[in-house]
Structures are given as C-alpha cells and as structure tokens.
Design a protein around this ligand. Sequence first.
Ligand code: FMN
Length: 390
Amino acid sequence: MTVDDPYQRLMGPMLARDDGPDPELMSQLSLRALAWAARRRRWPPWRGILASTAAMLQRQDPRLQQHCLGLTFPNPLGLAAGFDKNGVAAAIWHCFGFGFAELGTMTALPQRGNPRPRLFRLAAEQAALNRMGFNNYGSLRAASVLTEQQLPPPGERPALLGLNIGKSRATTMAAAAEDYAVSYSRLAPLADYVVVNVSSPNTSGLRDLQRVEALSQLIGRLQATPLPTPRPPLLVKVAPDLTDGQLIELAELALDLHQQGQLAGVIANNTSLDRHGLEARRLVTGRTLAEEAGGLSGAPIRTRSLAMLRQLRSRLQGRVPLVGVGGIDSPQAAWERLAAGASLLQLYTGWIYQGPQLVPAVLEGLLKQLDAHSLNAVADGVGTELPWLP
Ligand SMILES: Cc1cc2nc3c(=O)[nH]c(=O)nc-3n(C[C@H](O)[C@H](O)[C@H](O)COP(=O)(O)O)c2cc1C
C-alpha cells in the first residue's frame, strides 16, 4: 500500500514494531468503533461515512461474482474468522469491500479465553501469534447481537455472513458434538453458511475432532438437528499441521459427506502450531516462538497453506469447494491460491498489517489476471494453476 494511504500513515508506525501498542487493545478499539458504526448505520452522518468508505473500497464487477456452496458471492474475498468473534459489526462488513465475512468462533457457553497477553505481533515477518482461546459472548448472546442489527435475511445480504462455531472449553470431549449442536441450532437460522471449527490450536483436544470418526459423527449430529429449511451450507475448517496421511483421510471423508449432501466445503486453513523456521525468534515477552504457546498466522504460513490447498485440490478434483486462507497479503498471493483451487479466499493477518486498501487491491489484481489470461470470471480461474502475470 502507498504512503498516501491514511491507514498506513496512522497505523503503519504502530504496526511496524513488535513492541508497539498492544495488538489486542488495537483490535478491540477498532472493533468497538465498527460496532458503534454498525448500530448507527442508518443515522446521518454515519450513513455518509459508511457510504464513502464503501465507495472507496468496494469493487463491484460481475466477473467477481460467483455461485458457490449454493450461494451467490458478490466477490471471492472474505474476512476470516476471529476478528469479529461476536458479530458486532456484521451489518457493515460489505462497506469494507468484502464479499463475505466469517464471524466467530462462537461457543455454546460464554468464555473469557486465555489470560493476556495472548496476541503477539511479529512485525518483520508480517505475522502474528495468538492463543486467544475462543473469547466470546457465547452463541446465545451472539445470536442476539446479530438479531438486534436487523440484518437482511440470509440470501439478501450485500456481503454474505458465515457463522463459525467451536467447542466450549468447559465441555468435555465426549460431549463436544452436543455442545456444537447447541450453538448450531441458535446460529444456523441467522447464517448464510456455518463453519465447524475443529482446528483452533488453543482449545485442548479440539483438533482431535478432525479424525474421520469424530468428524463424521459431529457433522452427522449437526445435520440431524432440526432447523427451518433451507439449511445453510456447512463447512469444516481444518488445521495446516495435518500430516499428508491425515489430510488424505480428511479429503476422502469430505468427499463422502459432500456426496451425501452433508458437507458443502472445506476451509484450509487455521493458524499453525509449526513455527516455520522461526523457532528461535524472540517475542516481546523475551521468550522464543518455540517456547510460546499459540497459533502462527500471516506470511510465514503462506507456503504451507498453498501446498495444503493443492493437496486437497488434487485429491478432490474440484468436486468439493475449497476456501483458501493463510498468509494471503497481496493480489499475487490471492491469485495463486485461487489458481491452486480455492473458489473463495479469506484475509486476516495481512489485512491488519496492510489495512482496508488490501481488499480493493486484491480484487483489482484478480480482475487484471482475468484480463491477462482472457478469462470471463473468477470461477474460470479456480484450479487452473495459471501463473500470476505481472
Ligand atoms: C488473533 C486471531 C484470532 C483468530 N481467531 C479465530 C477464531 O476464533 N476462529 C477461527 O476459525 N480462526 C481464527 N483465526 C484464524 C484465522 O481465521 C485464519 O485462519 C488464520 O489467521 C490464517 O489466515 P491469515 O494468515 O490471513 O491470518 C484467528 C487468527 C488470529 C490472528
């Protein structure tokens, strides 16, 4: 982004240092402002501010539109889960140019998450380490937060809303499926799509739910939950730290469940427990990355996320839609992920470092690649492995 970008001018210096202002506090303050704007979005002058934000950041082009998961996405770029954990800004994510936003992770019980500090900047690497531990209001209050915003119903929203659910910390692994089912029945009626998060590294035992038996039982339990029709599509979000063998098993299960109409797609991926060569890197705590608990996100996980997406693609052969997330922080990284098989893309860490202008930059970059490759629409680029043309 250029130095003229107001976000870079204001936030750049603070984000350029590991020991700048507390990253969690910065996120909380921004989110509080967004929540305020979402609640007052129909009042002048907020309406004016949001309209000019949208005019700056949205790129509306029919070539970006895509039918995927049985839904119509205005563009393939979404906000990843974890930034708006309670959906407080659900009503205005479209103003930031996103085609969809994933809210959560929400759990059946309200919870505070891990003790602070639990979010760390690795500025030189454009990365973050977090061990938030699903701090959220709980799915009951989160459902009210969404309802109170008087959102258009699913299918009629300017940006689609995915709701991401996880297991409450206090719930035993044996009762995990029931716990997810509680959040599912509260939230699914409000969602354009629902995500089963079985891949956060910060809830003990959660990743064991990626095993074939546990996952098919969990998905089966959710699909057996009575809901008004039509049911929103259900996706699963997986970890980047699966072995090749585990990934193959998971892909086969996903295909099976997809063919039975139980699973719409796979999101690859969550944060990583692997330190990606940064084991000796010291954080502001004075401890090394190898010593600190938490999941790594941002540029260092890009290569792994891309490779994993390719593995999934080669196994699934385009039969199950994939969502690519992990280290996407430029138009080129976005194109590579799409060309590797992701129908939809999500941003988190790159968006924090680069700011809102990253969204139009990526969307314009994708449109230029379509032109360069003489393609009509983003869907035509998915899984083609066509190279990035500078
Ligand atoms: C501070 C933070 C909190 C996150 N919380 C969640 C979460 O609650 N649920 C979830 O599914 N993913 C969560 N994620 C993971 C992101 O959605 C994303 O999968 C991951 O950060 C990789 O993308 P990135 O490299 O663009 O950040 C979180 C990430 C960060 C940095």
